[in-house]
Design a protein around this ligand. Structure first.
Ligand code: PMT
Length: 397
């Protein structure tokens, strides 16, 4: 699946360097031409011989050695790359690339490449959370560099937290997804996150949605070539790269944006957890406590999905259903009543599924009565599966 593609794999000095061997081996099995570059630090963890044997090509380690094949090797290898993967990517290499430093083979080659650059960070959790590292990552993301991971877990340094390099299988999968451009020409509108319904200047009603499911959909659709508009309630997530991003707070605001934009889109995916009710009145001053109980009267919010179901025309409309009981019955009711083409049903009580987690487990219900169980997978993988189904529905129209 990667035949005719060249992947340059840069390896930097971290314990996760040993996993680079498996990344290279997997890329070769998929038919890619692989060229490896190792920093001095990387060679303390893994030998160039290992990567030379697995890639079938000489490994670049030194700017000033006699060239093996090319005249100016770091430029030649940069030119070859369809993908330029750095795994593991230490805080040091991220900082160097973000600062425009080119002082060894890897940094000069990555600066010269026109291929897609993908970084798989691996480091101590406190290093990863350091604001300098975070700002370097943000800067590179804005410049179009791709990041995969890191994951949370036990780290080699003895700490636990975010900093583990993604597994080789997931890294290679990521490259395959970048390669797939099957959604190009499609305009996709995605809603994500919770809404916030204000009570007074300091309080609001909301729910547990983190936005992860919707942001994963937006990022995967964008990578697969779609033009994506993401309408998001308040979350703590970074904006996905390359999507048009509109931030809203309340259900009413989300409704107004969606009403204005949906006609320009071919596909609409409503993964947001929209509040069904909002306080009937808003107090412009902080409500003071008193000795008695208090009641807040709630009124209905607009049902955005129902509005879209009535007005969708030939557009593909995907709704979500977050359920705690009678998943199938409730999801199928929403499918019919709201006139959607596909409902993605979550049992939000299941371990590792629904709100906040990095994983999800869903069942897809289609208009023609078909259903598909999707096992527990990362939200990115679930997003890709949903997009595969959407594409099939779109091709049937
Ligand atoms: O954000 P995460 O932490 O990753 O969690 C993901 C998720 C659990 C939020 C997501 O997978 C999910 O299930 N989203 C839908 C949550 C929800 O509001 O479900 P619902 O069954 O209440 O609503 C059904 C559908 O109607 C949804 O598509 C919803 O966007 C839509 N709706 C609901 C109410 C409303 N007033 N307007 C709407 O459009």
């Amino acid at each position: 699946m990667l035949s005719n593609k060249t992947v340059v794999v840069g390896v930097t000095g971290g314990i996760a360097a040993y996993k680079a061997a498996e990344v290279v081996s997997r890329l070769k099995k998929l038919g890619a031409q692989v060229h490896c570059i190792m920093t001095e630090g990387a060679q303390a963890f893994l030998t160039p011989l290992t990567l030379r044997t697995l890639s079938g090509n000489p490994v670049m380690t030194d700017m000033f050695k006699e060239p093996v094949k090319w005249n100016v090797e770091h430029v030649a290898i940069a030119d070859l790359a369809d993908f330029f993967l750095i795994a593991p990517a230490t805080a040091n290499i991220i900082g160097k690339i973000a600062s425009g430093i080119a002082d060894d083979f890897l940094t000069t080659a990555v600066m010269a490449t026109k291929g897609k650059v993908i970084l798989a960070p691996a480091m101590n959790v406190n290093m990863y959370n350091n604001p300098i590292v975070q700002s370097n990552i943000q800067k590179l993301k804005q410049l179009g560099y791709f990041f995969i991971g890191p994951d949370e877990g036990n780290l080699a340094c003895g700490y636990s937290g975010k900093g583990r390099m993604k597994e080789p299988e997931e890294i290679v999968d990521f490259l395959l997804r970048l390669e797939k451009k099957d959604l190009s020409g499609k305009n996709i509108l995605i809603t994500a996150g919770p809404t916030r319904e204000p009570i007074d200047p300091v309080r609001y009603i909301t729910n547990r949605s983190s936005g992860k499911m919707g942001y994963a959909l937006a990022q995967c659709a964008q990578r697969r070539g779609a033009r994506v508009t993401l309408v998001s309630g308040p979350t703590n997530l970074d904006k996905p790269q390359g999507v048009d991003f509109i931030s809203v707070e309340t259900a009413e605001q989300m409704f107004n944006v969606v009403k204005e934009l949906f006609e320009k889109h071919d596909i609409i995916i409503k993964s947001a957890a929209v509040a069904d009710y909002r306080p009937q009145s808003y107090s412009s001053l902080k409500i003071k406590k008193s000795e008695t109980d208090m009641q807040i009267k709630l009124e209905r919010n607009p049902d955005i999905l129902s509005f879209l179901g009535k007005n969708k025309g030939n557009r593909i409309l995907v709704g979500f259903a977050a359920e705690t009981n009678d998943l199938k019955e409730n999801a199928q009711k929403k499918l019919l009543n709201k006139n959607v083409d596909l409902i993605v049903a979550n049992d939000v009580t299941a371990q590792g599924a629904g709100f906040e987690s990095d994983t999800n487990k869903v069942t897809l219900y289609f208009k023609d009565g078909a259903e598909k169980d999707i096992p527990l997978l990362t939200k990115e993988k679930i997003a890709d599966i949903i997009l595969d189904e959407v594409l099939m529905l779109n091709n049937k129209e």
